[in-house]
Design a protein around this ligand. Structure first.
Ligand code: MG
Length: 360
């Protein structure tokens, strides 16, 4: 066991996050793009949005979820490439194989992000920092891509750390330093706060975790609902969530924020049809079984950021079902709509077997 291991009394968790993943793959595959501002996303002429952009493009103020139109206004030389999700998934699957060499406890967060619990791993003299270094080196050598890593004894801190020295770097916070480290972290970095809650915090003069320490648990519940209870622990760096290896998909959804708010039923129905195609494509590209649907839902966000969702029992994924659900719940458009989403929930295995029993 190395000298460093004594810094670890609790769990050892590594959070790996690829650096501008989609854009980096495209640049790797076409070296002429190197040293140019590159983004991946939809076309500016078709009201597309960026999914990722490289660091050079970020210097112009570009970021993910920005409309491609705005991106070309901010940086007229930006090269916007179409999304090739099948290619990115292939690369992602190969990279996840590297993680498996260090631990079986891997929780995929997204296509380019994962938690690895290496508490029991004997590699690198049981030193998680060295493991993270090796993983990143391996990704660079084998795939020509860079990753950032965060290392700590819980998921929250590991995730914040992977962002700390981005790109192509890593950062570690030991157990004994967590409470000290989290104090000055921006509330923006705390998962679940989101944009709307962050605005709320700002109005109350709370920008960093320590600014919130005077609030009691019940104060936070009053401010943020049941999430306030979780938040009370998170701002103190307390996070007991396990690294979950067997994440079962419970629902699938797609959504779109529109450049121009929708003001009439017909334009909403047009968008629902586009979103429906997107949903079907998502199911096909991710091999999602649509044979065990239990419910479909729609999500509507208005221009004042009020969000509503409506659902109905359904076993099939048909465009008419979504249109009906929308029509039943939205008779007239009282305020402009800035986002629409469609999705469905899947029967879990236990529920499936119950249905089987009933059908026998
Ligand atoms: Mg990433």
């Amino acid at each position: 066991m190395s000298r460093k291991s004594k810094n670890w009394k609790n769990r050892k968790i590594i959070h790996i996050d690829m650096d501008s993943f989609f854009a980096s793959i495209e640049i790797r595959d076409n070296p002429k793009l190197k040293d140019k501002p590159v983004a991946v996303g939809g076309k500016a002429t078709e009201r597309g949005v960026l999914t990722t952009c490289n660091y050079l493009a970020r210097e112009y103020g570009l970021h993910s979820a920005m409309s491609s139109k705005k991106a070309t206004q901010l940086c007229k030389d930006v090269i916007i490439l179409p999304v090739d999700i099948a290619k990115y998934r292939r690369v992602s699957a190969e990279i996840f194989k590297i993680f498996k060499c260090y631990s079986k406890k891997i929780e995929p967060v997204s296509i380019d992000e994962a938690f690895i619990d290496v508490s029991d791993s004997k590699y690198c003299g049981c030193d998680p920092e060295e493991m993270a270094r090796q993983i990143r080196l391996c990704i660079k050598k084998d795939f020509g891509l860079t990753a950032s890593a965060g290392i700590s004894s819980n998921k929250l801190i590991a995730k914040i750390c992977s962002d700390w020295r981005k790109p192509d770097n890593q950062f570690c916070v030991y157990d004994y330093d967590i409470s000290n480290f989290i104090r000055d972290v921006s509330l923006k970095s705390i998962p679940g706060i989101g944009r709307v809650n962050f605005e709320k915090c700002k109005n109350l003069n709370m920008l960093t975790c320590k600014n919130m320490y005077e609030q009691s648990r019940s104060d936070l519940v009053n401010l943020f609902g049941s999430y306030g209870n979780i938040l009370f622990d998170l701002i103190r760096g307390v996070d007991n969530r396990e690294v979950k290896t067997d994440r079962v998909r419970k629902s699938v959804s797609v959504e779109d924020t529109f450049l121009k708010d929708l003001k009439d039923i017909n334009s909403c129905l047009e968008k629902i049809s586009l979103l429906y195609t997107k949903l079907i494509n998502r199911c096909e590209s991710s091999n999602i079984n649509t044979g065990n649907i239990k419910e479909i839902f729609i999500k509507i966000k208005f221009n004042d950021f009020e969000v509503i969702s409506r659902q109905k029992k359904s076993k099939c994924l048909h465009i008419r079902e979504f249109e009906n659900l929308f029509n039943m719940n939205v008779m007239t458009i009282t305020k402009p709509i800035r986002l629409l989403g469609l999705g469905f929930k899947i029967c879990q295995d236990e529920e499936m077997s119950q249905i089987d029993i009933f059908n026998r």
